[in-house]
Design a protein around this ligand. Sequence first.
Ligand SMILES: [Zn+2]
Length: 261
Amino acid sequence: MIRIHKPKTSPEKLAIDGKQKRRSHCASYSRNPSAYETGTKKFEFDRNIYSHKTVKQALIQAQHQKCCFCERLIGTDGDVEHFRPKQAYKQATGEALKYPAYYWLAYEWENLYLACTGCNQRHKQNLFPLQNPPQRATNHKQNIEQEQPLFINFGTENPEEFIGFRGVIAYAIEGNQRGQITIDSLKLNDRALPEARLEKLQPLRGLNQVLLLAMQRPNDQEFQELAKDAKDILENAILDSAEFAAVVRCAINSKFQYVIG
Ligand SMILES: [Zn+2]
């Protein structure tokens, strides 16, 4: 998981159609709050707005075609994910769904990311745990600024300060609670992710060895050329655009000591 930098300006579809929808959802809620709170009445969200091709394209570009949670390359296959869920939410897995959720943020650019199907539909779903549940904003008249979300918000925070990797395994840095909850909820050490990370790390470890050997042979021109290529590949593998960039950065910083296999 790495920090995501989205353009400040929202795609036009959200700014125009999304804004209009938001206004109508807020008005419907205000007319009959209890029906929405009991879940007897539900909002109908328009996927053609929040998942419009221009919105998706802007997210694909900002996220370098990667899932916001697991950093797998997903190309154009991802789902538009709501960081704060739109219809219903849960404080913890296993709890009953609560209604309504953050309906007023369904078309808000700051709340949208691109996620792979596994992360979005099977694991994050409606989960949105808070450190301070009584302060949760439960309608559009309340302020989300008072909330202390437990999930790391990669749009405003640097996830690499919370989640590190020992080889292929994600861990919460200094046991921090938010990192741990994010890892556990999204099953970041499951779903064949360690295997996929290993596939990425193994050849890079070999290249790192070439670099180390080259330092011992400063006069071997051929080896120095090889080392130059190896260095270029390693440098590219830690760019934001590279798959599993956070994993590779940790592996390089720890000199690949945890990469086995
Ligand atoms: Zn994912």
